[in-house]
Design a binder for this molecule. Structure first.
Ligand SMILES: Cc1ncc(C[n+]2csc(CCOP(=O)(O)OP(=O)(O)O)c2C)c(N)n1
Ligand SMILES: [Mg+2]
Length: 379
């Protein structure tokens, strides 16, 4: 990419911000950053396929919301954040909990993100997990790490994010919060109320929409009158960008554009990342999804695997040789078709240690089942 070239926000910029700021985030990346981003894409994919396999072998309980094919959105949105920034993931974003502040920081469990062991403990329902086996896998958060607790109430964390940023603003801090939402969330009343509030108070809330074309079993055209949900930004007089959700650098560029704009006190933005949901809404929905979505649609939707898209770019840039790019190739494969040989050994090892941490951790005591349900008396 020619760093001198001035790239405007997007031909698909739906907002009313006419500043035409250049998108520069990718120009600041070193070769090492590119390789780190690739590693993070592999890790997000490996985490997902490993859980799918564990679940199929009957070693896991609970619902699995796969992020397969949507990893570029997670890696691309998180890579440029400051450690002190906040995020609010949703059900499909489990890797976000450990990708936050991961950048070159793989062995540091004190970073401003969860450790992969902690996230695995959550999945295996262990006492070392933030949720201690009392709720859905993805319902976790950690205020000390800038992670708002995920809930199943669609768009429900956008007002919380607005509150976090409002609080920071009153303290004179330039904190940014990214919220993650499926396109189904954009039809919720609270989506409107929260972004409206953030726009009025110029809060640095960046709403990421993972538009994977399906809201559970409802296709986009039955859930939204506009094809580009970024169009909704117009109603709040904020920028609405469209990113190629399969292209990690496009996601990074658009996110950092919105993040820096927010940090400068110019208010919220909305970024629609176009993508495709690889499986059902959750694994309980896989069989139904195979009926309500045609095979052609699924094949087309999965034809641009984010790992393949990024590897192609790295080869064009001369960062990877063709042979290196081919060495680890999970792209385009269904979880069950992949093996550990499809992934770099250090990525497999990180996940292995996370799973070991979970399996070595005790289950919570039965006696704590009624604890922390209501506020505990102080004495
Ligand atoms: C406030 C609220 N209303 C209804 C639901 C029920 N519900 C669960 S998932 C879903 C659709 C979600 O669509 P989307 O956000 O696109 O998620 P995806 O299926 O792509 O993960 C709905 C309506 C809910 N979780 N929260
Ligand atoms: Mg969806």
């Amino acid at each position: 990419m020619n760093s001198k070239r001035s790239v405007v926000a997007n031909a698909g910029d739906k907002g009313t911000d006419t500043e035409q700021r250049p998108l520069r985030a990718r120009d600041g990346l070193s070769e090492q950053d590119h390789l780190e981003i690739l590693k993070q894409l592999y890790l997000a994919r490996y985490f997902d396929v490993r859980l799918i396999k564990e679940k199929r072998r009957g070693r896991l309980r609970g619902t699995l919301y796969s992020s397969h094919n949507q990893e570029a959105i997670l890696v691309g949105t998180l890579y440029g954040l400051r450690p002190s920034d906040w995020i609010s993931p949703i059900h499909r974003d489990m890797p976000a909990f450990f990708l936050k502040d991961l950048r070159g920081n793989w062995d540091n469990d004190d970073r401003m993100g969860m450790s992969i062991g902690e996230v695995c403990a959550q999945v295996w329902g262990r006492a070392t997990a933030p949720g201690r086996a009392r709720d859905n896998w993805s319902h976790i958060g950690d205020a000390s790490k800038g992670i708002i607790c995920s809930t199943s109430m669609l768009a429900g964390t956008i007002p919380v994010a607005a509150g976090v940023v409002y609080d920071a603003k009153l303290k004179g801090e330039d904190t940014v919060c990214l919220t993650y939402n499926g396109e189904g969330s954009t039809s919720q009343g609270v989506f409107h109320e929260a972004i409206n509030f953030a726009a009025i108070h110029k809060l640095a809330v960046v709403t990421i929409i993972e538009n994977n074309q399906w809201a559970y079993g409802t296709p986009l055209e039955l859930g939204s009158p506009v094809e580009d949900v970024a169009d909704r930004a117009k109603g709040y007089d904020i920028p609405g960008l469209i990113a190629d959700g399969q292209d990690v650098l496009d996601v990074l560029d658009k996110t950092m554009w919105a993040v820096e704009r927010g940090r400068a006190g110019k208010g919220p933005s909305l970024i629609e990342c176009k993508t495709f949901r690889a499986y059902g809404h959750g694994d309980h929905d896989d069989d139904r999804a195979a009926k309500y979505r045609g095979a052609d649609e699924v094949e087309k939707g999965r034809s641009r695997d984010p790992i393949a898209v990024f590897k192609k770019y790295l080869v064009e840039k001369g960062i990877l040789t063709k042979a290196e790019a081919k060495k680890y190739s999970p792209e385009g494969k269904h979880a069950n078709e992949t093996t550990d040989e499809d992934f770099p050994p250090d990525v497999v090892d990180i996940m292995k240690k996370g799973v070991e941490f979970a399996l070595d951790s005790p289950l919570p005591e039965a006696s704590e089942a009624t604890k922390w349900v209501f506020a505990e008396p102080r004495r």
